[in-house]
Design a protein around this ligand. Structure first.
Ligand code: NDP
Length: 284
């Protein structure tokens, strides 16, 4: 992992152009209004090329506007920026088709690089209807890659057993040394699903943990940078959030150091199944 723009090729449906997701990006959960606009702009100026929004966050307009303004100002083509958004609720085929159209309209973009089902609720039938609606949007060219978030093994098995025209490219889960989700990660990796780590900074809850502090001191880096580096070295796509310019920049300064095998091993035993926000992965 050597640079901010390192990317991986996602599995996509036949006929869809190659779709590469940067390994590092900006999350915008709880970034409101101009805070969101500014953070996306600062991130793109600092070299980030992946922006992770969602219908839920109510900032798809600000995210898209910042991306478009940056492209205009810098001459960066759309193909060099990767935009993710997510479906808030699995409320049936027609609803999902409308949600996708509305996400595109709000962001002012012609296509979404990665579209995720945000969570499993309310049930299997509705999850499958969401996936069918996403498949049709992929066939129309307005979504490139598709994935899920917060889905457990059972939910994924149900989707696979229904037969999928579009591969599940990503599962976005809370992943950090205090929430390792070993079994789910192994399952997803065995299916070719890439793991994307939400709450990679543990939402700020463990910056003072002695194991994190000691690695930060050792590498002369911040606790946030150590946590981001852990996610990158685990092979995850990592999307820390900040609305502060200095932190947006700091979080990207993670390509000039490496955690050793010993450092990584010292983080292996910290798992406490820490739920920092929500965990519906075992829900029906
Ligand atoms: P993070 O783990 O990224 O932590 C964000 C918190 O850390 C904020 O309070 C931020 O404050 C603070 N912070 C950021 N950088 C630093 C720093 N260098 N030093 C000190 N504090 C810092 O949490 P998120 O929940 O935001 O997760 C990241 C992204 O993952 C989200 O933004 C969203 O895109 C996605 N996500 C997805 C979910 C899902 O269900 N699929 C659920 C939750 C998140 P400040 O902004 O003030 O700097």
């Amino acid at each position: 992992m050597s640079s901010l723009t390192d990317s991986i090729s996602l599995p996509v449906a036949p006929g869809v152009p190659e779709t590469r997701i940067p390994r590092f990006g900006l999350g915008v959960y709880e970034s409101e209004g101009e805070d969101c606009y500014n953070s996306v702009l600062w991130a793109l100026e600092a070299g980030y090329r992946l922006i992770d929004s969602a219908e839920w966050y109510e900032n798809e307009e600000e995210s898209g506007r910042a991306i478009r303004d940056f492209m205009k100002k810098s001459g960066t083509p759309r193909s060099e920026i990767f935009y993710t958004t997510k479906l808030m609720k699995n409320l049936g085929y027609d609803h999902v088709r409308k949600s996708i159209k509305e996400s595109l309209r709000l962001a002012g973009l012609d296509y979404i690089d990665l579209y995720l089902i945000h969570g499993p609720h309310p049930n299997e039938k509705m999850r499958l209807e969401s996936w069918r609606a996403i498949e049709d949007a992929v066939a129309e060219g307005v979504i490139r890659a598709a994935g899920v978030s917060n889905l457990g093994v059972r939910h994924l098995e149900q989707l696979y057993s229904a037969g999928l025209k579009v591969p599940i490219a990503v599962n976005q889960m809370d992943l950090h040394p205090f929430m390792r989700r070993k079994e789910l990660v192994e399952y997803c990796q065995s299916k070719g699903i890439h793991m994307e780590a939400w709450a990679p900074l543990v939402r700020g809850m463990r910056f003072d943990h002695p194991a994190i502090k000691s690695l930060a001191d050792k590498h002369k880096k911040s606790p946030a940078q150590v946590l981001i580096r852990w996610g990158l070295q685990k092979g995850y796509i990592v999307i820390p959030k900040s609305i502060k310019k200095q932190r947006v920049q700091e979080n990207a300064q993670v390509f000039d150091f490496q955690l050793t095998n010993e450092d990584m091993a010292s983080l292996e035993n910290l798992d406490e199944h820490l739920v920092t926000d929500w965990d519906p992965s075992e829900d029906p």
